[in-house]
Ligand binder design. Structure first.
Ligand SMILES: [Zn+2]
Length: 193
C-alpha cells in the first residue's frame, strides 16, 4: 500500500543529498520518479535541488496556488509514476498537503516529502504542521550542533553573528544565513565555541 512519508530535518542535515539519492535509486531500477520543489526555494536557481556534497537535480518548481493532485495525475496519465518526491515541504499549503495525501489514496503512488520542521522563530511551518497531521510515516533526519549534541533548531544569523528569533517567516533574499543549533545554544544565541 502506498504511504505518505514526511522526512523532516533542521538545516544542513543532508536532506537534499538523501532526496537526490532516492531519486537516483528509482531511475537505476528503471522506475519513474517525479521530483518537485517549491518555487519559494530559489537559492540555487528555480527548480534546482542542490546538495552540499556537490550533487544537484533539476526538477519542476510548483507555486503555492498549484493543485499538486491534478499536476501529478496529469504526469501519471502520460507515463505511470512510481513515486513522487517533494523538497521544501515546509512551504506547502494546507490544501497541497491534502492533495498529496489524495495522490497516495486515489492514485496509489507513494509520496515522500522532505522539509524543515520549524522556522528560525522555533515555530512550525504551515506545510510541516499539516504533514505531521497527515503523514503515514514520519522520520527525523538528524544533524549536529557545533557542541556535538543533536541540532533541531534553525537559527537565523545576522552578518554580525547575532541570532534573530523574530520577524517574517519567509525572509527571501537578504544577507542573513541559517544554521542548525541544539536547543540550548539556540536559546542562548551561542553559534560557536
Ligand atoms: Zn549546542
Amino acid at each position: 500500500m502506498a504511504s505518505l512519508y514526511f522526512k523532516y530535518a533542521a538545516m544542513n542535515s543532508g536532506k537534499s543529498t538523501q532526496l537526490i539519492q532516492t531519486h537516483f535509486n528509482y531511475i537505476e531500477r528503471g522506475l519513474n520518479p517525479y521530483a518537485m520543489t517549491s518555487i519559494l526555494h530559489d537559492r540555487d536557481g528555480t527548480g534546482v535541488i542542490c546538495a552540499r556534497v556537490g550533487l544537484n537535480l533539476k526538477v519542476d518548481a510548483f507555486e503555492l496556488s498549484c493543485n499538486l493532485y491534478k499536476l501529478v495525475q496529469k504526469k501519471h496519465d502520460i507515463k505511470a509514476l512510481n513515486v513522487v518526491i517533494i523538497d521544501e515541504g515546509q512551504f506547502l499549503t494546507k490544501s497541497q498537503c491534502y492533495q498529496l495525501a489524495q495522490v497516495v489514496d486515489e492514485l496509489k503512488i507513494p509520496v515522500i516529502v522532505y522539509g524543515l520542521k520549524t522556522d528560525f522563530r522555533g515555530e512550525l511551518f504551515e506545510g510541516s504542521y499539516h504533514l505531521f497531521c497527515l503523514a503515514d510515516k514520519i522520520e527525523e533526519l538528524k544533524t549536529i550542533c557545533w557542541c556535538g549534541n543533536k541540532a533541531h533548531m534553525n537559527a537565523r544569523i545576522t552578518q554580525d553573528e547575532k541570532v534573530v528569533r523574530d520577524g517574517d517567516q519567509l525572509e527571501i533574499g537578504g544577507n542573513d544565513r541559517y544554521i542548525a543549533l541544539c536547543r540550548k545554544h539556540y536559546t542562548k544565541g551561542q553559534i560557536k565555541r
